[in-house]
Design a protein around this ligand. Sequence first.
Ligand SMILES: O=C(CO)[C@H](O)[C@H](O)COP(=O)(O)O
Length: 228
Amino acid sequence: MNDKERIAQHAANQVADGMLVGLGTGSTANCFIEELAQRSREQGLKVTTVSSSIASAIKAQQLGLPVLGFDQVSHVDLYVDGADEVSPELTLLKGQGADLVREKLLATASKQFLVLVESNKLVERIGQHFAIPIEVMPFAWQLVKKQLEAIGGQGDLRQNANKNGYAISSHGSLILDMRFAEHIDAEALNDILNSIPGIVEHGIFYALATTVLIGVNGQVQERQAANL
Ligand SMILES: O=C(CO)[C@H](O)[C@H](O)COP(=O)(O)O
């Protein structure tokens, strides 16, 4: 079992009977979906799920997990997802996929948000390895980009996988991948991005994670948010 599978199994073991579980998106979230389905099959664990993406919903359904539509849920007990970067204060960078809106909705609505990462995702500051993904209304991208450049942002629209057009999010938005100067910290940037009209959502998840499970050299380390 590798570190990713180990943290996924650890997370699946924290799911209790009757929970409504939010499913994340990406390779780590996929491992968690597999582990959860296995517990449901082999131990009779009864759960309902809601998914942050169509890809994860299909995977969960194929493995026999019940998946509710997003508009059918009014609460979520536990949301489990990966991340691209995790800072020492447990701020996250997410969104290398294109499902930020649902991911942030689940992170905000859940009683607990459990984040699963291998140790290479730990960073000193958000934006250290990746640009910040910013979903924008298609008609607003130039105006938003100009405002981001005014605070020192540099970047451009994300290309699609074939590099023959622009990437489109699950909700039809364009994605600006922007880098910012080191002196703008994640909290300040989060506030700025939340306040610019035309931005649908962005990849900084500030003060949302309740617990981070870190897979490192065959061990699982657990970090709890300071405000708990
Ligand atoms: O935020 C995400 C998708 O929008 C993913 O959770 C993040 O990109 C990590 O993916 P992986 O588990 O494949 O490394």
